[in-house]
Design a protein around this ligand. Structure first.
Ligand code: ITT
Length: 191
């Protein structure tokens, strides 16, 4: 091992996973394998969408690969935006998605939320799933300019700053994605 494709078009995810994995795995991006498609995410769960992305790559390129599908689940919104996190406002514009979420939470005292990541790994044609989750709360306005997505409004439990105020190393030590990737690497390195 271990040369493996990470089936994502999200450069922030790629950077995070590269820095979590270090040089233990040679991570190829979709760009590296000449795949420039925005794989349609038509599933109703994170698990389904992660599987759609990893299988898309495996079926066309016959390479070992994994995909990450992630989302923010807000308790007072019945788990929204969840699988629809990337397009919650109807567009991919994160400023609009965050604004939409904050408006929906206006006047709401329960700000509990969690980030979840599901990784689907296709290894020698078989699928394996790994998960990571971190609990926290949604604050009332954006703070911080690091990270990506909903990071500026999410404060993990036990912290008094948002993911977007953390250095990458700090977020990558505790995040939903870091936990899912740790489960993936535990599996890969005990094979
Ligand atoms: P790929 O499908 O190409 O991997 P994507 O951006 O479409 O990239 P998702 O479908 O998993 O990724 O969408 C999840 C959205 O949830 C993403 O666009 C972000 O807005 C948000 N998100 C995911 N992980 C996040 C994180 O670590 N911090 C903040 N927001 C995150």
């Amino acid at each position: 091992m271990k040369e493996i494709v990470f089936a994502t078009n999200n450069m922030h995810k790629l950077q995070e996973v590269r820095s979590i994995l270090g040089d233990r795995v040679t991570l190829l991006s979709l760009q590296d394998i000449g795949c420039d498609v925005d794989i349609p995410e038509t599933g109703r769960t994170l698990q389904e969408n992660a599987g759609i992305k990893s299988k898309y790559v495996f079926e066309r390129y016959r390479m070992n690969c994994f995909a990450d599908d992630s989302g923010l689940e807000v308790e007072a919104l019945g788990g929204e935006p969840g699988v629809y996190s990337a397009r919650y406002s109807g567009s991919r514009d994160m400023a609009k998605n965050i604004q939409h979420l904050l408006e929906k939470l206006d006047g709401q005292t329960n700000r509990m939320a969690c980030f979840k990541t599901v990784i689907s790994l296709i290894l020698d044609g078989r699928e394996y799933l790994f998960e990571g989750k971190i609990e926290g709360r949604i604050i009332h306005e954006k703070i911080g300019d690091k990270g990506f997505g909903y990071d500026p409004i999410f404060v993990p439990d036990g912290y008094s700053k948002t993911f977007a105020e953390m250095d990458p190393e700090e977020k990558n030590a505790i995040s939903h994605r870091a936990i899912a990737v740790a489960n993936l690497t535990d599996f890969l390195f005990t094979l």
